[in-house]
Design a protein around this ligand. Sequence first.
Ligand SMILES: [Zn+2]
Ligand SMILES: [Zn+2]
Length: 265
Amino acid sequence: MRLCSLYSGSSGNCIYVGSDRTHLLIDAGLSMKKIVTALDEMDVKPEDISGILITHEHSDHIQGLGVILRKYGIPVYGTPKTLEAVSQYKGLGKVDFSLFHGVEPEKSFAIDDLWVKPISIWHDAVDPVCYTVTDGDKKISVATDMGDYDSHIVDALSGADAMLIEANHDIRMLEVGPYPYELKKRILGRYGHLCNEKGGQLIRELLNDHIKGIYLGHLSKENNFPELAYEAVKGELFGNPYSSDVRDFNIMVADRFGISPVIEC
Ligand SMILES: [Zn+2]
Ligand SMILES: [Zn+2]
């Protein structure tokens, strides 16, 4: 399987997950042109995408969806409440709603040779989820936009061969930064976003002896730096049974503006 962050960050998100046969996108939060350009760099044709998995209805996750659906007619999967919210998104435009498929959190479903599982998360959207995707052998976990996590989420994401986990902000930068008080409170709250340290703590719980690569994703533009996220996460990894391992787990900060190195597993 392959995991590739096409774009990740507070300005727009689109993540590729696929097998040799089946190609999926998680979210479509950039223009169609940008998404198609990124797919082209991976040698994947947009008409070969079997499904778009939607995590939640915030615009940085669905901005490009309407245009893509009108051009390519790709099936869309999300929880019924999320799809309802997406259908009311002003930027969506006219789309064929028969492409929308409601899925339930905690219930795996098949798209061609892949099994997809949505998992409920804490975020200030109507019914947000993160996703795991497996071909029965390898597993990929992608989880961003969450203010907190619990043992259920850890269990659901664990055993992954590749993953993308949120490292949204540095708490100090956020606190002293320009955001209004209410927005700061939102981001720091249980329904907001994972700070670098908390993202690192989640990754520490998910490390295993077969993981091939980890992206740190959904970095805030105003309240984080890639180097800061990387160092803060690395600093949280001690104390795990695998952290004395000589490997560095191939941790990379996912690129905000374009495709990141593909993780093959
Ligand atoms: Zn987001
Ligand atoms: Zn969000």
